[in-house]
Ligand binder design. Structure first.
Ligand code: DBV
Length: 257
């Protein structure tokens, strides 16, 4: 991870910032799992676009990485590299509804205004104790330890709350050395600890009955529909790649259940 340095009085450029090391950590953690390709149409695998002004255009690449495993219907990463305009890794694991598992979600966003970071194991049905208790018991101690070392990201919309766990780790960090140091010493190990807990929960998950699976699937659909409808990246992706491509990407790749 590199970031251009400058004196504290000058704005820090995010040019060169990359979340790639986080994706590499995640892929390494998944390595033992025997994964298969998850088909993504060519036009979504890598898309070039442009932002900035006519006189100072900035090129943008949005790339998608995806796979599936026996227990995960879809594991996917959306990586946006837009030079001095943005750098994003949005990483989601969608479990098969035949297992009583939450979603893994990570949203690592760098904009010229700063970093915005979200990590969670999100329930398909927040009001279902069978679905949540065993996850939250193990997640909350991890959450509390990392939360205490990060500033709070601020209020989130009321309507989003049914989709978050009480272990939602949410912070905004400044650009520059202070933010860099927290990302390396706190956010990266937190990301890996959330992911490793998720993989442990998945490893010990047993298949559920078809009736239970239907209930979980309905919850997963609500979650996915919400994420697709409210995707905070919609505006940015539309500016970069146009509305036709963005809507198709959101509905048929990012949140495709
Ligand atoms: N968010 C996505 C996808 C992205 C993405 C698929 C491909 O779900 C990026 C990219 N998130 C993204 C961007 C922004 C945010 C913000 C670009 C900044 C939008 C802007 O300021 O213009 C967590 N992400 C946010 C916000 C929240 C989340 C709460 C702030 C929204 C706001 O201020 O309106 N995203 C949300 C969440 C998960 C997640 C809970 C799961 C852990 O992935």
């Amino acid at each position: 991870m590199t970031i251009q340095r400058s004196k504290s009085t000058e704005p820090v450029s995010i040019e060169g910032w990359s979340w790639q090391p986080f994706l590499e950590d995640a892929v390494k953690s998944l390595e033992g799992l025997n994964f298969d390709p998850y088909p993504v149409p060519d036009r979504f695998l890598q898309r070039e676009g442009q932002t900035g002004s006519k006189s100072k255009p900035i090129s943008v690449t949005t790339a998608t990485w995806a796979c599936k495993t026996e227990k995960f219907r879809q594991v996917r990463a959306a990586c946006v590299s837009a030079g001095s305009a943005a750098s994003v890794l949005n990483f989601v694991i969608n479990p098969n509804s035949t297992y009583d598992l939450p979603f893994f979600g990570g949203d690592l966003v760098t904009l010229p205004s700063g970093h915005l970071l979200a990590l969670d194991l999100q329930p398909a049905i927040k009001t279902d104790e069978v679905h949540t208790t065993q996850v939250w018991e193990r997640l909350i101690p991890i959450f509390e330890r990392w939360r205490d070392q990060l500033p709070y990201g601020g209020p989130i919309p009321e309507e989003a709350k049914p989709f978050f766990s009480p272990g939602f780790l949410w912070t905004r960090l400044p650009l520059g050395k202070e933010g860099d140091d927290l990302i390396e010493s706190i956010v990266r190990p937190a990301f890996n600890e959330y992911l490793n807990l998720y993989l442990e929960l998945a490893a010990s998950a047993e298949p559920v009955s078809p009736e239970r699976s239907d209930v979980l699937l309905q919850g997963q659909r609500k979650y996915t529909d919400y994420r697709a409808e409210k995707d905070p990246a919609r505006g940015m992706l539309t500016r970069f790649h146009g509305s036709e491509w963005t809507e198709a990407y959101i509905h048929s790749v990012l949140f495709d259940l």
